[in-house]
Design a binder for this molecule. Structure first.
Ligand SMILES: O=C(CO)[C@@H](O)[C@H](O)COP(=O)(O)O
Length: 224
């Protein structure tokens, strides 16, 4: 299991996005939070910004769609350069069809669960996915406190992935920091999104390295 750290640009300075993306080169993916002010009560960015960001950095883009109607919009994010597209199961009309379409267009297909959405009803969908995202805050804003009560869901998701012998990744997002990443890693997460813990640090690249070391220490696993 390779551990990955994905800085979230939600906590970056939006007036200098290209520089902020370059500041974390060496991270595995750049996490891009797309919010529409309908699925979540916040508005961030859309397809044209993803298109520009992809041209400004070598780091692949991990686009997290916190939007209504991802079935309609996801393909446009792939065309704009996203290497991984996460849709929320609570918003998707046809999650299996959407995951297959994302893969067919050449991106990694990922599905997210809000804190109150259980994993168990979606066990049979796991083989259709390259990553499952367990939200560890209510989606919508950076800088929120990590929800400890999500640790059992992370553990149960890891057990289901292993039970089916899948190679898919298990991502956590929200409140991930030096204080919480080890618990997430011990519970079985292998992809860690961190916004304020990276962009709130004096040196974002060093913060990425420090988080990686903590996750590796917790699992005894070398990262990528
Ligand atoms: O999706 C979201 C919030 O909805 C996240 O990606 C946040 O951007 C993470 O920020 P921190 O909690 O790490 O500050």
């Amino acid at each position: 299991m390779a551990l990955q750290i994905n800085p979230s640009i939600l906590s970056a300075d939006f007036s200098r996005l290209a520089d902020e993306a370059k500041a974390v080169e060496g991270a595995d993916w750049l996490h891009v939070d797309v919010m529409d002010n309908h699925f979540v009560p916040n508005l961030t960015l859309g397809v044209p910004v993803v298109d520009s960001l992809g041209k400004a950095t070598e780091t692949p883009l991990d686009c997290h769609l916190m939007i209504d109607d991802p079935d309609r919009w996801a393909p446009q994010y792939i065309e704009a350069g996203a290497g991984s597209v996460t849709f929320h199961v609570e918003a998707a009309a046809a999650p299996v069809r959407l995951a297959r379409e994302i893969r067919a267009k050449g991106a990694r297909a990922s599905m997210a669960l809000k804190p109150a959405t259980p994993i168990e009803p979606y066990e049979d969908l796991l083989p259709e996915l390259d990553m499952l995202l367990v939200m560890t805050v209510e989606p919508g804003f950076g800088g929120q406190a990590f929800l400890d009560i999500m640790l059992p869901k992370i553990r149960r998701t890891r057990q289901l992935i292993d039970k089916h012998g899948l190679q898919m990744w298990l991502q956590v997002d929200g409140g991930v920091s030096a204080a919480t990443i080890e618990r997430c890693a011990e519970a079985g997460a292998d992809v860690f999104v961190a916004g304020s813990a990276v962009y709130g640090a004096d040196d974002p690249a060093k913060a990425v390295q420090a988080l990686r070391q903590l996750a590796e220490k917790a699992t005894g696993t070398p990262g990528t």
